[in-house]
Design a protein. Structure first.
Length: 66
């Protein structure tokens, strides 16, 4: 596993969201129990490509983003 990680680690930037681009847009809020909770819309969508990226992320050891 260590050798696989060392070979694939360079691809991390390819599967991460760019840090300078906001992928979430606030669309409003919902009140629950007297507290205003923000609603957001994700720019990523739910395409098969996004699903593929999610699966790739699960194979990276130690990553707990999702």
């Amino acid at each position: 596993m260590k050798s696989i990680w060392e070979a694939q680690e360079r691809h991390i930037a390819c599967i991460q969201d760019p840090p300078v681009i906001s992928l979430y847009t606030r669309t409003g809020s919902t009140k629950k129990g007297g507290i205003d909770l923000p609603n957001y819309r994700c720019a990523c969508g739910s395409t098969s490509l996004e699903s593929f990226h999610l699966h790739l992320n699960w194979f990276i050891p130690g990553n707990s983003k999702f």
